[in-house]
Design a protein around this ligand. Sequence first.
Ligand SMILES: Cc1cc2nc3c(=O)[nH]c(=O)nc-3n(C[C@H](O)[C@H](O)[C@H](O)COP(=O)(O)OP(=O)(O)OC[C@H]3O[C@@H](n4cnc5c(N)ncnc54)[C@H](O)[C@@H]3O)c2cc1C
Ligand code: FES
Length: 273
Amino acid sequence: MSENPYQPIDSEIIDIIDESPTIKTFVVVTNGPFKFETGQFVELTLPGEGEAPFTPSSSPNDTEKMEISIMNAGRVTNLLHKCGKGQKVGIRGPFGNGYPIEDFVGKDVYIVGGGVGLAPIRSLFLTLVERAKDFKSIVCRYGARTPEDFIYKKTLHGKWQKIDGVDIKLTVDKANGDWKGNVGVVTTILKGDDVNIKNAVAVVCGPPIMMKFATLKLLEFGFADEQIYLSMEKNMSCGFGKCGHCMIGKYYVCKDGPVFTYDQIKKYPKIWD
Ligand SMILES: Cc1cc2nc3c(=O)[nH]c(=O)nc-3n(C[C@H](O)[C@H](O)[C@H](O)COP(=O)(O)OP(=O)(O)OC[C@H]3O[C@@H](n4cnc5c(N)ncnc54)[C@H](O)[C@@H]3O)c2cc1C
Ligand code: FES
């Protein structure tokens, strides 16, 4: 992080990948080394326009560049979607805590994602498969609205499915074209025997409504509150615990999160809003 946490690091978009009708991945290089841990987030600034928080979707071990997958959701993200290669941007951060990977060692890692929630999950997934032998298994369940809405299509439908110790199942809310897979929300492909719950952790990331119902399902299967890791999104401003925009109960999501166990935050109201 730069000495002044408000000061963005000069950076440039060197490539843009169209992932789905609403999501693009921006390949960014920073002026100087930039390190982050999987699950941490950055503030991406479009000079003169504003900034927004995003979780890098690339592996932290790829130190040459950082990939950030962005859904066109509002003012800044819409402007970012109109940018081309060579666009100068700023990066602040990294902020927050990231996933406690060492606590996952020796366990089944049960990853549940939806929508653009696959962005942080991709970073986590890549980090885990780089040392796949350290984990009992890596099980991923991911839902998109339609087959076109899947992101990282090439790897998600191909390379990732073939990795030893990895088990991926996909679903869509609404089928079209030649989709032959499951139709239904992501909770319809969660099964109580997908993993050995006694020796597992679950990681959930996606839209709030999906996180809520996935968490309820995991609890029904017998996961304990502290075995469920949630990547929380709240409106943010400073990114480092000063402005108070992002609070859940006593926690600053930007500083104490964005990754929390369900146990940490379950008692607070409106966690899924
Ligand atoms: C820690 C963290 C990591 C994130 N990672 C990603 C990511 O990897 N990829 C990605 O596409 N998006 C991510 N987001 C969400 C992203 O920050 C918002 O989509 C973005 O701030 C919207 O900015 P905007 O100016 O385009 O939209 P605005 O014009 O500000 O708002 C558009 C709509 O989105 C809502 N909104 C604004 N900010 C947020 C927010 N932080 N969370 C939820 N809703 C919001 C507004 O209430 C409004 O309804 C992340 C958010 C957080 C907090
Ligand atoms: S974003 Fe300012 S305190 Fe969290």
